[in-house]
Design a protein around this ligand. Sequence first.
Ligand code: PFF
Length: 453
Amino acid sequence: MSTGTMKKSHSQWSSRMGFMLAAAGSAVGLGNIWKFPYMAGQMGGSAFVLTYLLFMFVIGLPILVLEWLIGRRGQKNPIHTMEDVAASEGHSKSWRWVGIIGVVGSFLILSFYSVIGGWATDYIVLAAQGSFEGANGDITGKIFESFLGNVNHLLTWHTVFMAVTAFIVAMGVGAGLERACKIMMPGLGILLLVLVGYAAYVSGPSFTAAFKFLFTPDFSAINGTAMLAALGHAFFSLSLGMGIMMAYGSYLGKDVNLLSTACTVVILDVIVAMLSGMAIFPLVFANGLQPGEGPGLIFVTLPIAFGNMAGGTILGVLFFIFLTFAALTSSISLLEPTVELLEEKTPLGRKSATIASSLVIWALGIACLLAFNEWAEVKLFGKNLFDLLDYLTSKIMLPLTGLGTVVFGAWMMNQKRIREELNLNDFWFTVWTVLTRYIVPVAVIIILVYGFL
Ligand code: PFF
């Protein structure tokens, strides 16, 4: 959802539903379907999954509410919102740094997000060509491998994805996209259900194995690395810590119940991720693939299903179309903050600001894309560029801005007013206070420190 567009056409969301769809549009994306399963696979399954679920509700939910609440108060872009709200509460304008780090984070994330968005787009074509017909894990693995090795190909689709994102943001046709998503999102949900059903039907005992892998509590496997990854992913998957939800909050009417809306968004986001996991891991186990395969996981596993089920070609095409749309509603939300900032701080107009920022993001994306082939051996701090950017954003920047938001919301703002705004009774206000003042900040600090040891 292009927030700039919303500003011009109406100063507030037309309905609670419209707002929720936009927020869910930003939240639900590649993070749920592409990133969640491969991280779960790399981190050994349930330890990561259960920690992620816990963090979504205990840490993500309150921060989501606070981002909206602060955004609704400030009614501006994240940086000026932080400045104004801090000033109005009698604090230093330096709180703007929470907004600044957020904008830089969104910029960096989009550079690799667009590369993966390009993969999803290209897989529409591959599925339509019937490339997966009758394929097993060996074949889909080879298809993916040769796909990754073809730099021109990856570059083309990264360029297409970034260009479409920039076009939507520059032209402000986000509303049209949002309308399309009202059909695509439920469609994606239904297709995921079909895939889970298919996985259950064909993979027999592997389905149970997948369920155990993802959900059997095994607390011995929880370590600092898995916890930090789960925290970072909770932020990533709810689009938190980048000022994006704050910007969305600035278009919210006073009558919207932040808590119940946030619960709905978190639950939706979690459901999509879990469905994706349950569609993918039975196929991983049934086909002898590696759970820790990495970023290629869904591109290697799901095509096996499409290649072997009745009507698989058409379902595959639809799936990757829906996935591309889900990625686009997230990518436009990632581009918006940079464009908004350039528009306000430089003489550039909206179109030039979009073109300028997209070009830089696109160029950085090329470097990420080369990390999968020609530059695979180019490493900084032991990581290739793709891993490095992911690490820097998800594991450092997002938790830090999230921490800034919750400390600001719980310690710097007038709590009585927040209580009225959230409409909390005594009991829930106590829960809220304990959570936002102590549990969330302390947990984030411990996880950050522990994760780096
Ligand atoms: N939440 C999106 C996803 O899970 O794919 C990704 C994302 C969008 C992250 C917007 C951050 C953001 F601000």
